[in-house]
Design a protein around this ligand. Sequence first.
Ligand code: FAD
Ligand code: UDP
Length: 371
Amino acid sequence: MKQYDYIVVGAGLFGSVFAQCAKEKGKKVLVTDKRNHIGGNVYTEKINGINVHRYGAHIFHTNDKKVMDYISRFADFNRFTNSPVANYKGEIYSLPFNMYTFNKMWGVSTPEEAAQIIAEQKKEISAEPQNLEEQAISLVGRDIYEKLIKGYTEKQWGRSCRSLPAFIIRRLPVRFTYDNNYFNALYQGIPVGGYTNMIEKLLDGIEVILGCDYLENKNEFALLADKIIFTGPIDSYFDYCEGALEYRSLKFETQELDIPNFQGNAAVNYTDSETPFTRIIEHKWFEFGKDENGNDLPTTVISREYSSEWKPGDEPYYPVNDEKNTALYQKYRALADKENGVIFGGRLGSYKYYDMDQVIAEALKLAEKEL
Ligand code: FAD
Ligand code: UDP
């Protein structure tokens, strides 16, 4: 009998949900993370009373009632609705693409007029869209593509829109109504008190070792449990033997400002190609500019987000799900299927562009099957 039933590698959302379920089923679990904090990319830290999203803006949204019911056991969610604005060389547009955007772009005021302009502009794409550029033009026309999509996307992915898969842009809704809600989701909000509190509750009563890289201590961990849940990058587990999968990495430049309001919104996307960052997050607006007692916060904290190609030593953030990387991932998947006693999960373990709710759903599914 080993000391633990499971070692969970990664104290992010996937690892924490699985660990919580395992503990609830009476299993002995040890969670380990190489970072010096829990939460993975949803980690928030308090600066001047503001919950700062250290790894970028995270807005929880889902249509899945089971996921919502589950996660609500560990947090109350506020009524934050994501409505980012786009700044194109000083022109401000509403996102996602909706009647406010079309009005600003073309001066139209009815859905029919907007649809007509888009229909005219999308004529240049006659066949099934083969890449992100063609998909974008066929959804919203060339004007919006040029001002609100091309620069932002090419900065974010470091690749031309013609070489990116079409599905990335289908994540964004296109609406012929005056509706700035970025997500088509039944439930949406930010955990009151920050994501770190929520993860702390998930991990309540579970042993966690921080600042410890599993891969550097594999043999010691093997003595402690027969089963591993691995939520780090799948290629790192196999020592990149088939070559490194590509990721996009991010750098955040965070500034405390002695003013109450920097940009009047939680997220502003800079959609031109010259501005070097993709967006600026003003964290206080995720919680309406109030502290936990409902008082107005006097200062603010902002983060500029820069996107870069991942290289060894950087944090991998976004899997690049193009054809080449998907084929390489399949090779790792085949190795993973043969690896006894190790289950791969989460955004990096599955090399999938999962949102938080999908990660929770996958972890719950695994827990149901496994426990
Ligand atoms: P992670 O959070 O990456 O956790 C994996 C953990 O494993 C990390 O803590 C890492 O340190 C650890 N680890 C890796 N290798 C090792 C090792 N060898 N040893 C020990 N530990 C290791 N989703 C939404 O739903 N809404 C949003 O608004 C949203 N915004 C996002 C914005 C950005 C900038 C990014 C990058 C993602 C966003 N997401 C959003 C997605 C969300 O972050 C993920 O779905 C979720 O955090 C994934 O959880 P995870 O546990 O799979 O991975
Ligand atoms: N996108 C864009 N302009 C914007 C916002 C998003 O062109 O102002 C595109 C971009 O290609 C991005 C995709 O839409 O990768 C999906 O956006 P989302 O906000 O879902 O990206 P994420 O949350 O993953 O950063």
